[in-house]
Ligand binder design. Structure first.
Ligand code: SAH
Ligand code: SF4
Ligand code: F3S
Length: 439
């Protein structure tokens, strides 16, 4: 039996897809990248903006054609759109067999049982998932995601995530550590700890633990080389975390701290609970204590009420902070959110114009920062090798930038090497190997 999985959205969904694949594997399924040859297809969906939401429909259209040829082919929809629309999927698409929400993976075995017997079902129950995730088999990789908490309690006014991922809940530290040890035993060198707001990790657990303390425990795992995390909410980003990042040598010098907008008026309407001045103070302190720190951020343009002057303040913020990279999106209203009742008064044309202006400014900053790496010695974790040229490898430095490497000796995936950056490209760096550090 063969399983095809297509994943949209964030790293949380990628992690869930690995968990889903493990359930199918236990039942004897193998993963395939060729949907035409699959017996079961799972679409893991994202609802954060209108665009990914609509991708689900086009993906389903493609699967329908396969089902017409092969009536035994089963189709499942899961993830955030499934959680949002639930039963509606079964009603609207009569060829969909299974809909399961973001808390249903722990019940997936019995759901597949029913589908294999020919039933059509929807499970979007919340709350029953205690977020106990036993160690599950993972595909071979050097860098892996590990979910440390689910849900979000922040209710930023534009955001659907609290409605489709439910309330915040932390995983037990012992479970997280067991999972990382298992991954390291299987070749993983780098983990990225996932949560919508990792800064509130630990709330509600019997044990007294917070996120910086968790970082200390993870840092102690033998054989693990690098630790990353996303996402940190600026309102909760504090000195204790900055000190942990500075003092723990496995924690990489990379921080994704989404600002969203530079104008305090817009930040207030977004319910972000910080001002630009507060944000700037924290970021500058982090940069001061961790000089090689790379920053990245998310921005929304064209939020309801965003005037030219507000947008100018976002541009000013980008110039002041000097991010290595950013993700920027045009605002789109999402069901149930507070902002969906605001007047979406910036035209799509204007949103596009602002998005372009912002991205143009950022690409100049990225180019400048990339050039500043030339001549520097960097540590790179090898993650891939070129199929065409056996002397060419690729990986990322500690600042999460892609580095392509030319090497005369053979390198292996999972190796850590010291390189000298010889050239800066638009979105990556080119380097030559100086020294082999180890595996
Ligand atoms: N928990 C993370 C990320 C959440 S979603 C955080 O707090 O940063 C990822 C990004 O999508 C957000 O940071 C935001 O920039 C963007 N986003 C969320 N809702 C959006 C909407 N309705 N319209 C446009 N962009 C949105
Ligand atoms: Fe959405 Fe805000 Fe929660 Fe991030 S912190 S997931 S943007 S509500
Ligand atoms: Fe999308 Fe759900 Fe992640 S809405 S961004 S897949 S939490």
């Amino acid at each position: 039996m063969k399983l095809f999985i297509k994943t949209f959205g964030c790293q949380m969904n990628e992690y869930d897809s690995e968990r889903i694949a493990a359930v199918f594997e236990e039942r004897g399924y193998f993963l395939t990248e060729n949907v035409e040859s699959a017996d079961f297809a799972v679409i893991n969906t994202c609802s954060v903006r209108e665009k990914p939401y609509h991708k689900v429909e086009s993906e389903l259209g493609r699967l329908k054609k396969i089902k017409l040829k092969n009536p035994n082919f089963k189709i499942a929809v899961c993830g955030c759109v499934a959680q949002q629309d639930g039963e509606k999927f079964l009603e609207r698409f009569d060829y969909v067999d299974l809909v399961f929400g973001t808390s249903a993976i722990s019940r997936l075995h019995s759901l597949i049982d029913l589908v294999e017997q020919g039933e059509r079902i929807c499970d979007t129950n919340e709350g029953e998932d205690e977020l106990t995730i036993p160690v599950f088999s993972r595909s071979k990789q050097v860098s892996a995601f590990v979910t440390i908490m689910k849900g979000c309690d922040n209710f930023c006014s534009y955001c659907i995530v609290p409605y489709v991922r439910g309330r915040e809940k932390s995983r037990k530290p012992s479970e997280i550590l067991d999972e990382i040890k298992y991954l390291v035993d299987n070749g993983v060198k780098e983990v990225t700890l996932l949560g919508q707001n990792v800064n509130s990790y630990g709330k509600g657990l019997d044990e007294k633990i917070n996120f910086p303390q968790l970082l200390y425990l993870v840092n102690d795992i033998n054989g693990l080389e690098r630790i990353r995390f996303v996402t940190s909410h600026p309102k909760d980003f504090d000195d204790e975390l900055i000190f942990a990042m500075r003092d723990l040598h496995k924690v990489c010098e990379y921080l994704h701290l989404p600002l969203q907008a530079g104008s305090n008026k817009i930040l207030k309407l977004m319910n972000r609970k910080y001002t630009y001045e507060e944000y700037k103070e924290k970021v500058f302190k982090a940069k001061e204590l961790i000089p090689s720190l790379a920053l990245s951020s998310d921005f929304i343009v064209g939020f309801p009420g965003e005037e030219d002057d507000d947008f100018e303040q976002t541009l000013k913020a980008i110039s002041e902070i000097k991010y290595e990279s950013i993700f920027a999106f045009k605002y789109s209203p999402r069901p149930k959110t507070k902002a969906s009742s605001f007047d979406d008064n910036v035209s799509d044309e204007e949103k596009s114009r602002r998005l372009n202006e912002l991205l143009n400014l950022q690409s100049k900053i990225t180019e400048k920062i990339n050039k500043s790496y030339v001549g520097k010695i960097q540590e790179v974790l090898i993650e891939g090798k070129s199929k065409k040229d056996e002397n060419q490898f690729s990986g990322r430095n500690r600042q999460n930038k892609v580095v392509n490497i030319l090497s005369n000796h053979k390198l292996n995936i999972g190796d850590i090497v010291k390189v000298e950056i010889v050239e800066a490209k638009k979105n990556s760096l080119l380097a030559k190997v100086l020294e082999y550090v180890g595996r």
